[in-house]
Design a protein around this ligand. Sequence first.
Ligand code: C2E
Ligand code: CA
Ligand code: CA
Length: 697
Amino acid sequence: MSHRNQPTLRTRAATESSTLIRGFALWGTVAAAVPALGWSLFMVAASGAWRLLLPFVVLGIVAELLRVRIARARAETMSFSLSGTVTMAAVTSATPIAPLVALCAAIVHMGVVGTRRPDKLLFNLAVLVLATSAGSLIYTGTAGWVPGMPGTLLAGGLAVCAYVTVNLSLVAAIIALHSGQSFLALIRDARWYVPTNLLLGITGAFLGASYQELGVVGTAIFVLPILVARYTLAFYASRSEETIRMLEAQADRMEQLALYDTLTELPNRSRLHDKLEVALGAREAGDVALLLLDLDRFKEINDTFGHQPGDRLLQHVGPRLRTVLHAEDVVARLGGDEFAVLLAHAGVWEAREVAERAREALARPYPLEGYMIEVSASVGIAVAPDHGLDADVLMRRAEIAMYVAKSGRGVAVYEPAQEEQHSPERLALIGELRQAIEGDALTVHYQPKVDCATGDVFGAEALVRWQHERHGLIPPDRFIPIAEHTGLIRALTRRVLTTAITDAAGWAQNGAPLSVSVNLSMRDLEDSDLPDFVAGLLAERGLDAAVLEVEVTESTIMLDPQQVCAALDRFRAMGIAVAVDDFGTGYSALSYLKDLPVDELKIDRSFVQQMMTDLKTRAIVRSTVALGHALGLVVVAEGVEDEASRAFLASVGCDSAQGFYFSRPLPLAEFVAWVHARRQHGSAASVPPATKAPSAA
Ligand code: C2E
Ligand code: CA
Ligand code: CA
């Protein structure tokens, strides 16, 4: 119908005709061998060459059995036998038996090599019969030209040429017809075959001729060096085969290293990528699903137990995932605690199901160093064709979904809306943040907390900073939300706590004790091991728990008051104070406040900054102070930027204050110097340090 059909038709016609030619060549050769064999049998019977048939057939078979395998690499086998020599010896000794000798040797050879397609087998046998018959004919026709031994050798040499020519051209012709390779190129490729076989054949002709002249003993003299050559060859062949084996094993190992993860022996990222491309290529109409799994608290496990136990845990992941997968599904380790599962025939629903089962399988406790450790996993899913048809795109989208899953859902399927939140820059930032937390790019600055009335400094709030090598100092407002979203906040908080407690212990040792406050996020409060972690740190650094305070924003408390309160109770039970941060912005019902397990209220800086210009705000601040005191809480004002604000706060009885008026958050050394100066010169006498300090916040 359409133009496009025509070439197809023509191709099919061409294919059909070439099949015909191939069939004709193959079966034609086989058919031609039949009369040749018949002629041979007839001549054997007529000439009475029977006596020699059996010994030559035996020799031919022995020669085949002594075939030397010269080399066997993965792709091809090369071997060498003396049966051609025997056949040519037969040509010169008792010409008509030669095709029968060649046939018997070839049958044995085929038997040793193993079964092949019957048509190919028949073809190969037929080629040998025809080649030998051609050799025999030439020998018969030329044997009388020159008398004696030289005549025999000349005729034998011509016979060998005929034998090699027929053999080579028939085989090359059929391969050319089958593979479409050029006939001449094939002949050229077989050039090693021509001289070797010519020589072997001529040796045979010579043996046959010498038998006629010298008898059995004379011939045996020539057989000896041939046998020595054969065994020498066999010896070196086996040595070279060892080398080949070794090289192959080495190549296998290199491949293993390049494509498999050494720790878990699972395919690595690049192997997964290849498999994904193959699956996408073979997809046809069905779906292909990619699951990306990330263990949730793996870094903590590594930090707590060390790398070797951490590695052992990672080795459990593959086998556990296998329990919920089919044999053809692929499990890979992408690096760190990130794994992937490729389902070659699964849509979103199956992928979700597998993800849930995988999470269950991974959630079972792991025996580690005598403890039973529990680890959860987050799974991101992307499915072809819905979420992309390209391996790279699917990998990226599964990763985006994985980060969404990390924010608490456990399993997430890719949605385009997620992409905006996960622009490449943001994804890069996530990776870098992970490294920053593990490395030393995060620092902690301290902002003094002072007594509102006296101006005495009594403590500090620890505020994290990220010194990024390209972006410079990144403010916490830009990366804390990312850390919260990805779960990295837990490691970050532990980092800040470790630094803050270490520094506070240092202040106490230097005779200038100060309290220190650390901010906690929702995910820190869900981290049931955090209180123990803090207790361990305090004990290790020899710091009194009363020196530490944790700050939780009002809005965090309102996310899940019950859970948050339970978590805060644990900190208070240890003697750690709890502050409600950003108070006034979280829309909490006042009735909640009376039951909250807290010690301190921090009035949000938005109120403090408006109170000097707005009467209503001023009233709110005043009554918040009164309310806090009525509930037995310490009240702190944030964001105090001038003396007027401080004076007003002191006048309404606010306990303490924090703000640029006193100091911006400062790096450790500057903070220590600031405290020192303030204590020496007294707060009243000091110039507001904010003007001296570099602007760090
Ligand atoms: P926050 O807990 O309310 O911390 C006080 C923020 O107010 C700090 O900003 C501080 O520099 C700023 N500030 C202090 N005095 C003044 C002032 O007089 N005027 C003005 N305009 N601002 C003042 P920073 O350090 O950029 O931190 C921003 C927020 O990032 C913090 O708000 C806190 O919610 C979060 N954050 C900082 N460090 C951590 C941390 O280690 N963990 C967690 N979870 N959150 C942190
Ligand atoms: Ca705070
Ligand atoms: Ca605050």
